[in-house]
Design a protein around this ligand. Structure first.
Ligand SMILES: NC(=O)c1ccc[n+]([C@@H]2O[C@H](COP(=O)([O-])OP(=O)(O)OC[C@H]3O[C@@H](n4cnc5c(N)ncnc54)[C@H](O)[C@@H]3O)[C@@H](O)[C@H]2O)c1
Length: 257
């Protein structure tokens, strides 16, 4: 029986690419998303590729939806090995102007959603008694930030802490918990934000000289899911073309010698 991976927000972008790459690596994939049509489209793509997939509607911001969909996944596949907490949304707004509802919506999806999904998945992963993997999608904005990204950065910084805390709790179950922190990746989420001027500025600022692609994040997700990553846990892996190490001041020369 193939190992089973459940991916949240798998109807688009990084989640979709992760579902497709995991299916190519031999996982049966539970393709979950808030949007039924998007989940179905990703599942169809995997089936067309001779993989195994089943679509599910799952709203990670609602505990009842997460519990029901995760139970349905286990009932269908009979096991659960990997959870990819990918579903996420952005809202560009200053913290001081944010409403209660806006704060709750961002944190509720990006952070609480990962908690709900992990809490629902862990008992099923434990039942398999062969260990497992939880892979959280964080962000470069968990450690560096920009104006208007307060709610998003708060949620992703929380994701890093959640990753470390959960890793410690489930280590003796043979479950590893890691986060992938993407840099600036072209997906339906970011295409409207990346105007030509922003794209050019990023290409100059990112040491590897280009925006990232969803498949490059998915490849790291698949590695963390694999047996080769068996001794890695509690880590946040930045996949950002070197963005987070670049402290250069462009077009300026330092004084002195
Ligand atoms: N694209 C980037 O540059 C980038 C960078 C860093 C981190 N990320 C993170 O990667 C993840 C995926 O981003 P993306 O760029 O692929 O976005 P995307 O908008 O292309 O895809 C997100 C998917 O999540 C689904 N979704 C939204 N709310 C949901 C909910 N409540 N329950 C279930 N599904 C829900 C959407 O329907 C969509 O299919 C997010 O967590 C995002 O914060 C993206």
């Amino acid at each position: 029986m193939s190992p089973v991976a459940l991916v949240t927000g798998a109807g688009s972008g990084i989640g979709q690419a992760s579902a497709v790459v995991l299916a190519r690596q031999g996982y049966a994939v539970a393709v979950t998303d808030l949007r039924e049509d998007a989940a179905a489209a990703t599942a169809d793509q995997i089936l067309d590729d001779d993989g195994t997939a089943q679509p599910y509607v799952m709203d990670v911001s609602r505990s009842d939806s997460v519990t029901a969909a995760t139970a349905a996944v286990f009932e269908h596949f009979g096991r659960l090995d990997v959870l990819v907490n990918n579903a996420g949304i952005v809202l560009q707004k200053n913290l001081a102007e944010l409403s209660d509802g806006e704060w709750d919506r961002i944190l509720g999806t990006n952070l609480t959603g990962a908690f709900y999904a992990a809490r629902a998945a862990i008992p099923y992963i434990r039942r398999g008694q062969q260990g497992g993997r939880i892979i959280n999608i964080s962000s470069i904005l968990s450690t560096v930030t920009r104006p208007l990204n307060g709610p998003y950065s708060s949620s992703k910084a929380g994701m890093n802490g959640f990753t470390r805390a959960l890793a410690l709790e489930v280590a003796r179950d043979g479950i590893t918990v890691n986060a992938v922190a993407p840099g600036h990746i072209l997906t339906p989420l970011t295409v409207p934000m990346f105007t030509p001027a922003i794209t050019r500025a990023f290409e100059e600022r990112i040491p590897l000289g280009m925006l990232g692609q969803a498949e490059w994040i998915a490849d790291v997700v698949a590695f963390l899911a694999s047996p080769q990553a068996r001794y890695i846990t509690g880590q946040v892996i930045f996949v950002d073309g070197g963005y987070n190490i670049n402290g250069d001041l462009p077009n300026l020369e330092f004084g002195g010698q």
